[in-house]
Design a protein around this ligand. Structure first.
Ligand code: UN1
Length: 507
């Protein structure tokens, strides 16, 4: 049911302009980059890009700011992040407007993205008093063995269009309390969100008198991204995006002995067991598979259903899919906004063709809605005879492949038989099955859930995945350690020089 009365490009431009004004940021107008809206598929503003020379300078400025910041007490660093969180609260609706304009998220999800930023700021403020090291039992008398966590350096953050602000925030808020400086290379598809978020941090920096150049924004294309990746002054590259991107970034950073934190593709699955509460499963599946128009790295892409309930579940899902309100993401009631680009819609169509060639049957959706400017598609459900090559790939669009199983072992084997390892879940009322799914020989993902979907993780846990997802962990738990360096300290407070391992020398 497409909402036919989409906002016009001039209306979107005004809406973006008003939000930018309230945040207090001016757009560097130029002709190098374009701010567009997937709502109409049209250009909003032309922008001036950061040049290679400016990027080189920005990295140097961040490295200089780091020298002051690393010796600023962590709770004082927390004060900056608290202020950022307060500004995000004050401008929640403005930033959400820009997220909807540029990424096409529905209102509730755009607000949710900003809430996730506020949450990580609060988490990081608490963390600023909890950067704990351990004291370790020493084998020598009169010795103390301990570890201390020190700031790491400049953190380069590379982020994607689909969480244009939250991914930056959960890297940046944590990096800042850890004593690091940040250089951000956002997606070229979401420059306005980046300008706005970066400006709110600049305001917080000014208010708390933190070093002015602690955060630098590089609004530019791929070349400047590569420059950031290769710059030896950048201690850690935290990159979110495709597996293809990670395959390039990882080795380049490793070649200079830098650190990486990679959040790459997912191909997330949910197992639905015969004992599952199907009403619950239905809601969880639809949000995870069709929410955000299938453009989360945690989006549910594979449904592994027990044969006895497959027909029934698929029929109910197809019914819900047939009534999903697709259209203007600003309109009340819309659940599915546009895809980011025509290319994304083309990739979806190509994947559906391949799935059908493999014997797949489309049981719901799959068409692009004509005449709307933006790339509006009906989320699709495809029953597959087997887990073929296309099912094992991540297509960044709302396609849910359905596979059936007979035994639990078979379900887990199908589940794990993809190259990616981000998120997973099982719907079951059988406790043994639930625990087996979470056990060492169950789901091989970084995130494994029971009776909820695969997407929409809270910030308190560590976020990330295994295999081609890249192995990085961000956000909560002890993910902060990736943003610091560890020093092991042995202190001798006796007057004897005892050697470890009972070695004797000169004694
Ligand atoms: C992403 O899609 O890059 O778990 C991140 C989730 C969100 C984060 C998604 N908290 O879906």
């Amino acid at each position: 049911e497409p909402a036919s009365n989409l906002p016009t490009t001039p209306q979107l431009r005004d809406r973006a302009r008003a939000a930018l004004d309230r945040i207090g940021v001016s757009v560097p107008e130029g002709d190098d980059l374009h701010a567009r809206s997937p709502i109409t598929g049209e250009r909003l503003f032309g922008l001036r890009a950061t040049t290679a020379e400016q990027a080189r300078e920005a990295i140097g400025q961040a490295a200089e700011a780091f020298r002051t910041w690393r010796v600023t007490p962590p709770p004082a660093r927390g004060d900056l992040v608290r202020t950022l969180g307060e500004l995000l609260r004050a401008h929640k609706s403005d930033l959400a407007d820009l997220i909807t304009v540029e990424a096409g998220k529905i209102r509730s999800e755009a607000l949710g993205e900003v809430q996730e930023m506020i949450d990580i700021c609060e988490f990081a403020v608490g963390l600023s008093r909890q950067l704990y090291g351990r004291t370790i039992a020493s084998e020598r008398p009169g010795h103390r063995l301990a570890e201390t966590w020190h700031p790491l350096g400049v953190v380069g953050v590379i982020s994607a269009f689909n969480f244009p602000a939250a991914v930056w925030s959960w890297n940046t808020a944590v990096a800042l309390v850890c004593g690091d400086a940040v250089v951000w290379k956002p997606s070229e598809l979401t420059p306005l969100v980046s300008l706005a978020a970066g400006h709110l941090l600049d305001r917080a920096i000014e208010q708390t008198r933190a070093p002015r150049e602690l955060h630098r924004l590089l609004l530019a294309g791929r070349d400047v991204g590569e420059q950031l990746v290769d710059d030896p002054r950048v201690a850690l590259i935290s990159a979110t995006g495709s597996t293809r991107m990670g395959r390039e970034v990882g080795p380049r950073v490793a070649a200079r002995f830098g650190r990486v934190l990679l959040e790459l593709g997912g191909n997330n699955a949910t197992v639905v067991a015969p004992s599952a509460d199907l009403d619950l499963a239905l809601q969880g599946i639809v949000f995870a598979a069709a929410g955000t128009a299938g453009q989360r790295c945690t989006t549910l892409r594979r449904l592994i259903v027990h044969r006895d309930i497959a027909d029934q579940l698929v029929e109910r899902l197809a019914g819900v899919y047939g009534r999903l309100p697709i259209g203007d993401p600003f309109a009340d009631g819309t659940l599915v906004g546009p895809l980011i680009s025509d290319a994304a819609a083309d990739a979806m169509a190509a994947a559906l063709e391949r799935a059908q060639a493999d014997g797949g049957k489309i049981v719901a959706g799959g068409r692009r809605l004509d005449g709307l400017g933006g790339a509006y598609v009906e989320p699709a459900i495809v029953r597959m005879p087997r887990q073929t090559a296309i099912v094992r790939e991540e297509t960044f669009a709302p396609i849910l492949y359905v596979l059936t199983y007979d035994t639990f072992e078979e379900a887990v084997a199908l589940h794990n038989d993809v190259p990616q390892g981000l998120s997973s879940s099982i719907f079951t009322r059988d406790q043994q099955e639930a625990e087996r799914f979470l056990a060492a020989d169950g789901s091989d993902c970084g995130i494994a859930n029971v009776n909820i979907g695969t997407s929409g993780a809270e910030i308190g846990g560590a976020f990330g995945g295994e295999k081609e997802t890249g192995g990085g962990r961000e956000s909560g738990s002890d993910a902060w350690r990736a943003y610091m360096r560890r020093a092991t300290n042995t202190v001798n407070y006796s007057s004897a020089l005892a050697l470890a391992q009972n070695v004797s020398f000169l004694s």
